[in-house]
Design a protein around this ligand. Structure first.
Ligand code: ACO
Length: 312
């Protein structure tokens, strides 16, 4: 047990939207290629003055307001990002400052690429359990556009910027099961923009596709085995949104098609932010109800993966 109740969500998107046709201003590509290969139709890119910090703060402010929890009661801030504005200070500490949270709480960033948000949830839960506090602010935020090589059509069309934030409450009676894994591999890599621009996003797309299409079913099955559940017990499956074809391949293996939430068409791959953005969209549409059992799966550079099954 020792689960997490989802109290509130928020999301923030940059002001610029780029369609697939807009991307063909940068590289030789087409809406037909991008949409057909990935399901992506548009993405958001930060404009001047927007970055992973500003997005994280905006999403967090929304989530905190909606939770009704006083700022002083937030017990930790964990931010997942691989494209933060700075390495130091952490994005989490800047969110902490902007929201005027209590000084005596831990704040940190987690770097686990596209699996980052679920690692952040796991870390936050551990911090609440260890620190005796009740509420956690967990955020995924990315400015992927800052690490993209806009002349490389094999990567630049796939990613987008955005942030999602969640407020969780520790609940000792609530179901919670998690799995994590790592397979050290350079198939996806990018340099931190604060340190060097020398390593823009590079990816062996086909190797990543094979990895992702196998790891989602493995993660879900590992969660079911650990929690003694099946797909019949689950209300929603919310996976990292990297490519619609990866999701469809996983659905063919697992079943439960109507339970898989998809929004990659509107955001592209927002890495650590994608699951948190999806949760906020679902919340907004009234799809999330207290007591529902949700499976979440993240996977990405590292290579890393993580799954969480919880009753919200
Ligand atoms: N527009 C037009 N043509 C393109 C583009 C593009 N944007 N990108 C590549 N091509 C061309 C290639 O040059 C190649 O041409 P060629 O046959 O003349 O050499 C052709 O399209 C086929 O390229 P492939 O790489 O074989 O295309 P594939 O069908 O594998 O699709 C893709 C590529 C979409 C990247 C796919 O491999 C994929 O989705 N992989 C998973 C990537 C992913 O999801 N990564 C993120 C997960 S982890 C994380 O989130 C960080």
């Amino acid at each position: 047990m020792n689960g997490l109740k989802l109290l509130a969500t928020g999301r923030a998107l940059p002001s610029q939207t780029l369609s697939n046709d807009d991307m063909s201003r940068y590289v030789e590509t087409s809406d037909e290629w991008i949409g057909g290969r990935t399901g992506i139709r548009q993405r958001y890119f930060c404009a001047e003055g927007e970055n992973a910090t500003t997005l994280a703060i905006e999403a967090s402010r929304l989530a905190l307001e909606r939770s009704g929890i006083p700022a002083a009661e937030i017990g930790c801030v964990v931010v997942a990002t691989s494209s933060g504005e700075y390495v130091m200070p952490s994005t989490a500490s800047m969110v902490h400052g902007a929201l005027a949270l209590d000084e005596n709480i831990p704040t940190l960033d987690v770097g686990a690429a596209c699996a980052g948000f679920l690692y952040a949830v796991e870390v936050a839960r551990g911090l609440l359990l260890a620190g005796g506090r009740r509420y956690a602010l967990v955020v995924g935020t990315e400015q992927m556009s800052s690490v993209l090589d806009m002349t490389d059509r094999t990567t630049c069309v796939l990613f987008g910027d955005g942030a999602g934030a969640t407020v969780f409450e520790l609940d000792t009676e609530r179901e919670y099961v998690s799995v994590q894994g790592t397979r050290s591999d350079m198939a996806i890599r990018s340099g931190c923009p604060s340190i060097t621009q020398k390593v823009p996003m590079q990816m062996d797309g086909q190797a990543v596709f094979r990895f992702a299409a196998a790891i989602i079913p493995k993660c879900v099955q590992d969660l079911f085995a650990k929690g003694g559940r099946t797909m019949d017990d689950v209300d929603w499956v919310v996976c990292h949104q990297a490519n619609e074809r990866i999701l469809d391949a996983s659905i063919r293996r697992l079943g439960g098609k109507e339970k898989f939430y998809k929004n990659i068409d509107r955001y592209a791959n927002t890495s650590a932010a994608s699951i948190a953005i999806a949760l906020d969209e679902m919340n907004e549409q009234g799809l999330l109800e207290e007591g529902q059992r949700i499976v979440m799966v993240g996977f990405g550079g590292g290579l890393t993966w993580a799954g969480i099954m919880l009753c919200i």
